[in-house]
Design a protein around this ligand. Structure first.
Ligand code: CU
Length: 94
């Protein structure tokens, strides 16, 4: 019985690590008007050391960010990174 509990908690622990390591953020951007805008946004986010990859889609006005393991990125940080290059944050999906 004790071993079962131990195994179960170990499994839960590993699952939570996996969930944390795979953190993705999608957000909606206001103010993009051409493909160059997606490049500006990508450049701004690529300088942040929490970000593994970012892809920006002009048609859907969304960006997908993949964070590095054990890194976080707050809503305020996303807003700042966008505003630095002249765009607005509309909404975030985590
Ligand atoms: Cu543009």
């Amino acid at each position: 019985m004790k071993l079962k509990t131990l195994l179960l908690s170990m499994m839960l622990f590993l699952f939570s690590i996996a969930a944390f390591a795979k953190s993705n953020i999608t957000f909606l951007i206001k103010g993009m008007h051409c493909q160059k805008c997606t490049q500006n946004i990508r450049a701004s986010f690529q300088n942040n050391d929490a970000i593994e990859t970012i892809s920006v889609n002009f048609e859907t006005r969304t960006a997908d960010v993949q964070l590095k393991a054990n890194k976080t990125l707050s809503d305020a940080e996303i807003k700042t990174l966008l505003e630095k290059v002249g765009y607005e944050l509309e909404s975030i999906q985590r």
